[in-house]
Ligand binder design. Structure first.
Ligand SMILES: [Zn+2]
Length: 75
């Protein structure tokens, strides 16, 4: 199991090839889960490959903070 605390309101837990996402930063008590994939959950680009232009991967599920925010509908 991998527990990734992103900030005081948001955590990602990777367990048995699934990602569990818990977020209360918008006061919405969001709990979501999806299968662990090797590409971005939002835009589909490959993860774990750092190329000069891209930001460092946000985590195991998103290529960037922007994609994470888009997927979770934050602005
Ligand atoms: Zn992406």
């Amino acid at each position: 199991m991998k527990i990734e605390i992103k900030n005081k309101d948001c955590v990602f837990i990777t367990l048995n090839n699934k990602v569990y996402y818990i977020d209360d930063s918008t006061d919405e008590s969001i709990i979501d889960s999806w299968e662990l994939k090797d590409y971005c959950q939002n835009c589909g680009s490959s993860l774990g490959i750092y190329n000069g232009d891209a930001e460092e991967d946000y985590n195991n599920s998103f290529c960037s903070k922007g994609c994470y925010y888009k997927y979770t509908n934050k602005n």
